[in-house]
Write a protein that binds this ligand. Structure first.
Ligand code: LLP
Length: 867
């Protein structure tokens, strides 16, 4: 990377979280020492301790009401705590500053008013006190530096025509080289300089603030003034990401940005940097590096003019909340010269900056930025009043702006179609494509933004992910090995690693099932006091030995096909037929006939069999599956209730169902509902129970309420296990209210998922650009869940468990489909040919859904004996 200036200075800015503890000041000292060793003079620009600027803002408000004492105490406590940590005397280092702050607060409380001028003076103490502590600590530890008051360095461009608020609270400086300042700094004997962000002085010598995010801006002004080699912004994140990592943990670090892209990203929502700062650096051509104080070794984002790429690409999906739309409608505006000038004038008058504009023949809609100091309700009301004589005004909000940022975005727009599916029933208020082709933005309801960002990111960023543009994901950077460990450090397969490696050597790919885990899961469910029967859903895994374990522990079975029933009866000829519940869906008549004659419990989930084959049900007891109205589960393909679902009888048809059943001579003894699969919300089953209990009033012979399966298990990192105790407790309440009914559950996944893993062997590896692939001998024909539902399965290199070096790669199978991928961008201990990879939590719907696709036999199965 070519540096913009060859100057002797480097500006290092440390934000609130980077200056709030002794540990962080040690990092600062270490960084400064490294820079000095580089042969440059570091200029350190600091923010206030984290949270202190907000406390000071509150102090300003409360002082005007005479209620400042408590806040002063809190501010004192914050600074005293750091002073003590640094083994410094608060009184010696900060006594005089704090006394002055107290005097100012007291003065304000007496006049019951805080002028903008006083506001700025009070706020400045945040930065002043922080840097005094920092300087004293560095001095004490033998790393003396020169402390400078930033107000003696930076002077703002003073415009007396603007309001006092803007003059004192969001002032700006010229971005210019200041040879005098360079000379002054150069002549200081100390090898580094410590100063404040956020504050400056105006031509009248008054303290002024540089607006929110002002410390970044200060750093940029200092960099320009000193013609610095570069400006480093040290913060709590390692750089600019392709999306807000709190919303999208798979967001990737952006390696480099040019100034314009950075400007777009930061002004459309990314909070790492303040857009004003980038603008100033752009003007002076000084590169900016973002660094993470907590992890100084991490690679960062670099912003410079050298980062300009050719072609069309996307770098980020950003979003910004708190956007307000103002729709201005006037049927007469068409061809009316000067209309826009007229309606825009009040915006200027109220100091409101318009972000996006959309016009039609009768309507102009604009969006206003939600900069914290920009949108106060009174200003908006005043604006509205000024606009009303000109047109019909409507305020729409709170909205969010979702933006795609990159270059030549027009060329990529066709790919965003599927993401807009989110908006089938939701509104996009405004779409805007920047003429520069640097961004494409949509304004949507605030609560829709996060979903849209995730979808767009999934769709658009991941595809480009291994390229030169992006670094590791947020998740990878945070070394989520522990968080990745869905199965936990004491997972059974860790304890039995050696045996598993041998089993895989003998035959691969292979599913391995752990008997103890199966038994433990069965015992856990058997302990639910509220539940009369646990019917294992055979579809999840029909391995004969697994069925045997559950049979011997007294579980019942839920079957969806006559095949599953025949299998059970073949394995356990003596099995009491009553222990089988048959819940077919659109099965042929013959399956009902066979089920009934075998003597198992049969569930109808349609009127059709009663209407068309009434003779089958004469004198029979039957269950009826109802549609509880709302589906749930880990993916829409496994939601099994609601208007769109093929399952269950609609509650509207209950009367008819009851009448037909009676006509056919059948007796409804059980009601059934199943909302979906992979559910982690504990209320699901009691809600179903209540619904069924209420419907049961229509069926006098009902004695069983079957609440279906769907009990989820943690599959993805960060998922909390289902709270079984809460499920039990809520069902106990139902039992107490409706003691006449027995409650049944029919779990599949819960009983088998964690007990099964898929072992598969590395066949080949590949690198394509920066993307890496690890090929394994199992494919989607052995485990289709990732392909079918985008399911997450933890993957580890069992041969080299935690023996690094880690690499990030996609794990792919040999099947002739691009979707034949078990995991994207997984962090793995570097896999080599012959290594055994373990795909975890694969006991449910793994082998059961496998196929012979591509004439590749699916993975075999082995039961692991108890030890
Ligand atoms: N009862 C009925 C009526 C069902 O349809 C199902 C599952 C269950 C019980 C058991 O659900 P579980 O407790 O296992 O969630 N292949 C998908 C799951 C499909 C579930 C189908 N029905 C997957 O791999 O996630």
């Amino acid at each position: 990377m070519s540096e913009g200036r060859t100057g002797n200075f480097v500006v290092l800015k440390f934000g609130g979280t980077s200056v709030s503890s002794l540990e962080r000041w040690e990092t600062i000292a270490a960084v400064v020492e490294r820079r000095i060793a580089e042969g440059v003079k570091p200029v350190i620009v600091c923010s206030a301790l984290s949270g202190v600027s907000n406390l000071l803002e509150n102090l300003v408000d409360e002082a005007a009401k005479g209620r400042h004492e408590e806040l002063l105490l809190e501010l004192k406590a914050r600074h005293r705590a750091l002073a003590e940590e640094m083994d410094l005397s608060f009184e010696v280092v900060l006594g005089p500053d704090f006394e002055e702050l107290e005097r100012l607060a007291l003065g304000a409380s007496l006049v019951r008013e805080v002028s903008a001028r006083l506001h700025a003076r009070m706020l400045a103490f945040g930065e002043i006190m922080c840097t005094r502590l920092g300087a004293a600590y560095l001095e004490k530890t033998g790393r003396g530096i020169a402390w400078m008051d930033a107000r003696d360095c930076l002077q703002t461009a003073c415009k007396h025509t603007i309001t006092d608020r803007r003059r004192f609270l969001s002032a700006t400086c010229e971005t210019e080289a200041l040879p005098g300042l360079q000379e002054k700094f150069r002549s200081l004997a100390e090898s580094a300089i410590l100063t404040q962000g956020f504050i400056a002085r105006d031509a009248d010598g008054e303290t002024v603030l540089l607006g929110r995010g002002g410390s970044d801006t200060s750093a940029a002004y200092f960099a320009a003034a000193l013609e610095a080699r570069r400006c480093e912004i040290w913060t709590d994140v390692p750089g600019v990401f392709t999306a807000n990592p709190n919303q999208v943990p798979g967001a990737r670090l952006i390696r480099s940005l040019d100034y314009e892209e950075a400007q777009e990203i930061t002004s459309t929502g990314a909070k790492v940097l303040h857009p004003n700062c980038i603008n100033s650096l752009h003007k002076s051509g000084i590169p900016l590096h973002v660094r993470c104080t907590e992890r100084p070794e991490l690679e960062s984002t670099t912003i410079s003019s050298a980062a300009r790429e050719g072609g069309a690409y996307l770098k980020a999906i950003s979003s910004k909340r708190g956007v307000l739309l103002i729709s201005m409608e006037d049927v007469n505006m068409w061809r009316q010269a000067g209309f826009l000038a007229d309606v825009f004038a009040p915006f200027k008058h109220h100091g409101l900056s318009i972000d996006l504009v959309s016009t039609s023949e009768t309507n102009v809609t604009v969006s206003l930025d939600a900069a914290p100091d920009a949108l106060d309700a009174r200003t908006i009301e005043a604006l509205k009043a000024d606009l009303e004589p000109l047109c019909d005004v409507r305020l729409i909000g709170p909205c969010a702006l979702v933006s795609l940022v990159g270059r030549n975005i027009r060329a990529i727009l066709h790919r965003i179609g599927p993401a807009l599916e989110v908006f089938k029933e939701k509104k996009v208020y405004l779409l805007s494509q920047a003429a520069s082709d640097l961004n494409f933005s949509a304004v949507v309801d605030e609560e829709e933004a996060e979903r849209l960002v995730r979808k767009l990111h999934d769709l658009l960023i991941r595809e480009d992910a291994g390229g030169r543009l992006f670094g590791p994901t947020w998740r990878e950077l945070h070394d989520l090995k522990a968080e990745n460990a869905v199965s936990g450090p004491d997972a059974w397969w860790r304890m039995r690693r050696k045996e598993l490696l041998e089993l895989a050597k003998a035959e691969s790919p292979r599913y391995i099932y752990d008997t103890e885990s199966l038994e433990r899961a069965a015992d856990e469910l058997a302990a639910l006091a509220s539940v009369g029967r646990i019917c294992y859903a055979v579809k999840a895994n029909n391995h004969p030995e697994i069925l045997g374990i559950f049979e011997s522990r007294g579980l019942c079975f839920e079957c969806v096909s006559i095949g599953e029933i025949r299998l059970l009866l073949k394995l356990f000829p003596q099995l009491d037929r009553d222990r089988i519940l048959f819940t077919p869906n659109f099965a042929p008549k013959s399956e009902y006939a066979e089920g009934l004659s075998t003597g198992v419990n049969v569930t109808l989930d349609n009127l059709y069999p009663l209407q068309t084959w009434p003779e089958l049900f004469k004198g029979r007891e039957i269950f009826v599956r109802l549609d509880p109205g709302q589906g749930r589960g880990h993916h829409k393909h496994v939601h099994t209730a609601g208007a769109q679902s093929k399952f269950g009888v609609s509650p509207l048809q209950i009367e008819e169902f009851a009448a037909r059943a009676a006509e056919a001579g059948g007796k409804v003894v059980g009601l059934h509902a199943h909302t979906g699969s992979g559910i982690l919300t504990s209320e699901n089953w009691s809600e179903e129970a209540l619904f069924l209990a209420e419907t049961a009033a229509r069926f006098p012979d009902v004695r069983v309420l079957d609440l279906g399966g769907g009990l989820g298990v943690p599959e993805k990192p960060g998922q909390t296990p289902l709270d079984l105790a809460a499920v039990d407790e809520s069902l106990q309440k139902i039992r107490r209210a409706y003691p006449q009914f027995e409650l049944w559950l029919e779990p599949g996944r819960f009983l088998v998922a964690h007990a099964g893993v898929l072992l598969t062997t590395v066949t080949q590896t590949k690198e394509k650009g920066e993307r890496r692939f690890v090929g394994v001998d199992a494919g989607m024909n052995s485990l289709v869940r990732p392909m079918m539902y985008g399911s997450y399965h933890e993957i580890v290199n069992l041969s080299r468990l935690e023996e690094g070096p880690p690499v990030v790669a996609d794990v792919v199978g040999p099947i002739c489909e691009s979707g034949d991928t078990f995991g994207f961008s997984r962090r793995l201990d570097e896999p080599r040919e012959g290594d055994v990879m373990l795909v975890a939590v694969a006991g449910a719907y793994g082998r059961a859904m496998s196929s012979e696709y591509n004439v590749r036999p699916p993975a075999g199965e082995v039961m692991l004996e108890k030890r």
